[in-house]
Design a protein around this ligand. Structure first.
Ligand code: GLU
Length: 305
């Protein structure tokens, strides 16, 4: 398939729509300053064929897309033991909700809501100590074969305003389900969310998820085939906030979105894909990114269903 032609067509259809719908996230001040007039799309096949269009090499804040990669590191380090602290069900509640955590006694519903990702960060600290964050960056750099950095301004902005996240961490600590000091855990969490990458790098980095857990460049196991299948299952059921059902229905690919406007998608055994456009719809997913994924699936017929 001529993927470059497909992505060029999608870019041509999306570009005139820039600025016509959705709003950039404003609850993190550094994100509110990002221009919504941007759209990028990139993919990499399991065989290493690549295609990209639009602003595919412009770095953006990966935000919750980082949760896929921290989950991967935690699964790799802890195996099944990880699930003693984190569930695997869609939450049906907002991504930063405290309510469910109260009734479920400090065990977050899944690793992609904020509480779940904070619990994963806690596990990474227990595994890696002060090296925890460096290991996340190392893994991402290794996966996309380029250096990856934290955007210090975004990280500070999150730390200055992340009161709900602080509440979630303290709440779990109160239930005894967080082992490390909440401030340390939040530092990892805020900084992982503030990692800056571009569509091309994310599409490359997610390559192990379409290759049964094998590194996209050197083929070494990042996680096992079963573990990769499970990460994909969680992305499909819990990866796009409260729109996961709609994403499965209309797109049919495991996806993880972030409030920076990125969405990473995986078609197992075929390709990994990243779209980015900063304006978000009412569910917190990239408005045009979602539309671009729908166009991609309609045009190629590629989906897990
Ligand atoms: N850093 C953001 C937060 O904690 C991540 C949210 C997201 O991308 O879903 O609110």
């Amino acid at each position: 398939m001529d993927f470059q032609a497909v992505l060029d067509d999608i870019d041509a259809q999306i570009r005139p729509l820039l600025g016509t719908g959705g709003r950039v996230a404003s609850y993190i001040p550094a994100l509110a300053r990002v221009s919504p007039q941007q759209f990028g799309i990139a993919l990499r096949t399991c065989e290493g064929q690549e295609a990209a269009a639009g602003d595919a090499t412009t770095p953006f804040s990966i935000q919750s897309m980082s949760k896929v990669f921290t989950l991967t590191l935690a699964i790799r380090g802890l195996g099944e033991a990880l699930w003693q602290r984190i569930g695997r069900e869609p939450s049906g509640s907002p991504f930063n909700s405290l309510v469910q955590l109260e009734t479920e006694r400090g065990i977050p519903r899944n690793p992609f809501i904020n509480a779940g990702a904070i619990a994963v960060a806690d596990r990474l600290l227990s595994l890696g100590g002060d090296e925890a964050l460096a290991k996340v960056l190392q893994m991402l750099s290794s996966l996309c074969r380029e250096p990856v950095h934290i955007d210090a301004e975004v990280a500070q902005s999150e730390a200055d305003t992340g009161f709900r996240n602080a509440a979630l961490a303290n709440f779990m600590r109160g239930f005894g389900t967080l082992d490390n000091e909440p401030g340390r855990v939040l530092d990892v969490y805020f900084k992982q969310c503030a990692i800056a990458m571009n569509c091309q790098q994310v599409a490359r980095a997610a390559g192990y998820l379409c290759r049964d857990g094998a590194h996209p460049y050197d083929g070494t196991p990042v996680i096992s085939e079963t573990q990769a299948r499970r990460v994909n299952a969680l992305m499909l059921t819990c990866g796009t906030y409260d729109a996961a059902g709609e994403f499965a229905f209309r797109i049919g690919l495991p996806c993880k979105s972030g409030v920076g406007g990125g969405i990473v998608a995986v078609l197992p055994d075929r390709l990994s894909l990243c779209v980015w456009s900063p304006a978000l719809d009412g569910t917190g997913n990239s408005h045009l990114g979602r539309m671009a994924l729908e166009l991609f699936v309609a045009r190629t017929g590629l989906s897990v269903f």
